[in-house]
Design a protein around this ligand. Structure first.
Ligand code: PMP
Ligand code: GLU
Length: 394
């Protein structure tokens, strides 16, 4: 069978692929520690599970409106107002099958063939592939550790030209954990305003910030660009709800309608009971979100301290999300491997530690380690990584 060329131009999600491989090895009985998964290890808070049960039992098992149930839209509007000081209406919201689906719908709705989307690297693996799936062209801006992996206005300006349609800002960032400051966002916002470029603000790690950091939304600091900005957020990370598949976008009404049209012919509504679960997440107690955030902060500090002692690895301390983005090229070369990807492969096979090679994030000299797993497991994994590096030292 011959497949469509659109499929040939994209690669599978490396984050999901490696997580699946690690799980398969575990199922074979191997003592594999996965620092691959980009999902909280916590179970979904009980009150949220209970709300889903109640919804199912009371017959909330039918199709809902494609863009989601009005109660959840209302709760999202209230959350945006209360937490971020943003003013949206229910007609500005679409609820989707995870934030990933919101992003997918955005590109389907805004891109014509050949339209360009600016993506700062390191980027989350799905951005360029989703742009390509919508016949768009990803334009990658390289960043460096010296600038905390953030783009400068100068770099952005140089990347903008006739076909530029949008830019993606992901703060806190997957994979680097960096956060854009208000001034940085304002400078980016001003450029986008001047050039009429859509800003896609992926705020999924908004709640996972540490040591008093705050991750402002670009709309908070630059209200003038609200109409050309799309906020993407979801429940997967903040509420340990990856499997429930609920995310959302907030944007101009016409764009929400365009996205809803695409969803109406592809997925219909997101799962009904999951929407009721998400409703509880936003209207019920916030305590569990705080407890999980604190656990991530403790792991960040303890694991970072241990990680900093491993020869050949170097990492800028993250301010948000739950990943370390670690420069591993020196270790890989010293250990006699041609690439970090090969080194990571050997690490999984020999030391039974799964990490995600930076290649899929547009930064091949790096690896991503997730600390969304217990501290014991993380420290044990770091011990194994150090032993692996020392064993292969040339
Ligand atoms: N954006 C970023 C930056 C992510 O890391 C993820 C993680 N999966 C998503 C979006 C999508 O999350 P989900 O589809 O589970 O809501
Ligand atoms: N976003 C998470 C990650 O980066 C989950 C997997 C995925 O959807 O890519 O690992």
């Amino acid at each position: 069978m011959q497949f469509a060329s659109r499929v040939k131009t994209i690669t599978p999600s490396s984050t999901l692929q490696i997580t699946a491989k690690a799980n398969a090895l575990k199922a074979e009985g191997l003592n594999v520690i996965s620092l691959g998964a980009g999902e909280p290890d916590f179970n979904t808070p009980q009150a949220i599970i209970d709300a889903a049960f109640r919804a199912a039992e009371s017959g909330k098992t039918k199709y809902t409106p494609t863009a989601g149930i009005p109660e959840l839209k209302k709760a999202i509007v209230e959350k945006l107002r209360h937490d971020q000081g943003l003013s949206y209406h229910e007609k500005n919201i679409i609820i989707t099958n995870g934030a990933k689906h919101a992003l997918y719908l955005i590109f389907q709705a805004i891109l014509n063939p050949g339209d360009e989307v600016i993506i700062p690297a390191p980027y989350w693996v799905s951005y360029p592939e989703q742009v390509k799936l919508a016949d768009g062209v990803p334009v990658i801006i390289e960043t460096s550790e010296d600038h905390d992996f953030k783009i400068t206005p100068k770099q952005l300006e140089a990347a903008i030209h006739r076909r530029t349609k949008a830019v993606i800002i992901n703060s806190p960032s997957n994979p680097t954990g960096m956060i854009y400051t208000e001034d940085e966002l304002r400078a980016i916002g001003r450029l986008c305003q001047r050039h009429g470029i859509i800003v896609i603000s992926d705020e999924i790690y908004e709640k996972l910030v540490y040591h008093g950091e705050h991750a402002p939304s670009i709309v908070e600091v630059m209200p003038e660009i609200k109409d050309q900005t799309i906020i993407v957020n979801g429940f997967s990370k903040s509420h340990a709800m990856t499997g429930w598949r609920i995310g959302y976008a907030a944007a101009d009404e016409a764009l929400i309608q365009a996205m809803t049209k695409v969803a109406s012919h592809s997925t219909s509504n997101p799962a009904s009971v999951s929407q009721y679960a998400a409703l509880e997440a936003y209207t019920g107690s916030k305590d569990s979100v705080t407890v999980m955030r604190q656990a991530f902060e403790e792991r960040l500090d303890k694991a970072y301290e241990r990680l900093s002692k491993i020869p050949g690895l170097r990492c800028v301390k993250p301010k948000g999300a739950f990943y370390f983005f670690v420069h591993a090229k020196d270790a890989a070369i010293n250990n006699g491997f041609n690439s970090v990807t090969e080194w990571a492969q050997a690490l999984l096979e020999e030391a039974h530690v799964a990490v995600i090679p930076g290649e899929g994030f547009g930064a091949p000299d790096y690896i991503r380690l997730s600390y969304a797993t217990s501290l014991d497991q993380i420290l044990e994994a770091l011990d194994r990584i150090e032993a692996f590096i020392r064993k292969h030292q040339k």
